[in-house]
Design a protein. Sequence first.
Length: 394
Amino acid sequence: MNLLQPNIMVAVSTDTTSGVPQTGLYRSLDGGANWSVTLLPLPTGFTGAEAAAVCYKFPTTFIVTAHVFPGEESGTTFAYISTDNGQTFGTPFIVGPGYGTYINNDETNLAVDNSQVSPFLGNVYVVYNHQFNVDNFSGSAAFLSRSGDGGNTFSNTTLLSNEKDTVERPDVTAGITGIIYAGWITTNQGSTFYIKRSFDGGVTFEANPITVSNVVLVPQVLPVPGYGFRVLTFANLATDRSNGPNSGTIYAVWQDNRLGYSDVFLSKSVDRGATWSTPVSITGAPQGSQNFFPAIDVDPLLGVVNVVYYTNRLTNFNLDVFIARSIDGGNTFTNQRVTTTSFNPNGTSPTPAPLIGDYIDVDSVAPGGYIATWADTRTGSLTIFAGYNTDPVA
């Protein structure tokens, strides 16, 4: 969402309506009520795109990243930039190149430093899952690439995680004074949520990671009869850049199986990421329900914490999107239904669907509202939906 013109919004997804996977771009000029649909062009020599993300930069810029690939090799992270509020995008350019079956840069994510008192205002940070030795060892590491010129060029590529660990999609967020927090969850034995910090605008990061929490990974297919879609565990970070009582707080959310079922947990830090609170469940969901794919954002004016997630809490099989909201710095949460209709993750297929996407998202609409996007099969096939609420949380 354009922070200066909140009626202007841009969303992205993997779009297969053309017959090949491309980056679908959805643009709203009326606060999410109506959307136009276009496809971002594939770079020359590439045959598909997936794992897109989008972010806003003052005053009228939107930046999109995606994993673009020729076949099953040389997966490359590309970026697209629009300086006219998402109406047109320039020629895509490489952020992290792939090389044959040796390097594949997947699962992109990004953040722009729009922080009000940051000396690094306008910096762009792109993170991705850097898969290496793809055909044999199949390692994966969290990487970050930094742009100090608003996304036009990228440099200072940083290896965040240990090359002996495996990771999925990392995340990154900028604090109110421009401190950068990059996070990832290891998926090998002894899974852990880690962060690293940068105090110089992403030029350098701390040598040693800080532990947020241990993580109990959820099964890659949730143990519900009839489910077949994969559920990957990603890190999610957000910071409070408001002028409220919790300004500067950093929040981490993730899905966790420590209770014997998938639930959404939150930990927070009030000392610039040095220490983290004991994780707590924020869904209030029934025991045994499945709650997954959390995404978090914090209202930049009021500090309201918004976390969206999928859940089967209403029917035990069909899915809904709920949002957990906090007005007291993450101490307590109220949960509300976002969807108006529960949907079957398999659509109309008689066999379990192998994929319903890998993540959903939420953006705060200041002051006090939010808009969420997710994949939904209520029409019979996988379709992108948006749901919003402009009322401040009570």
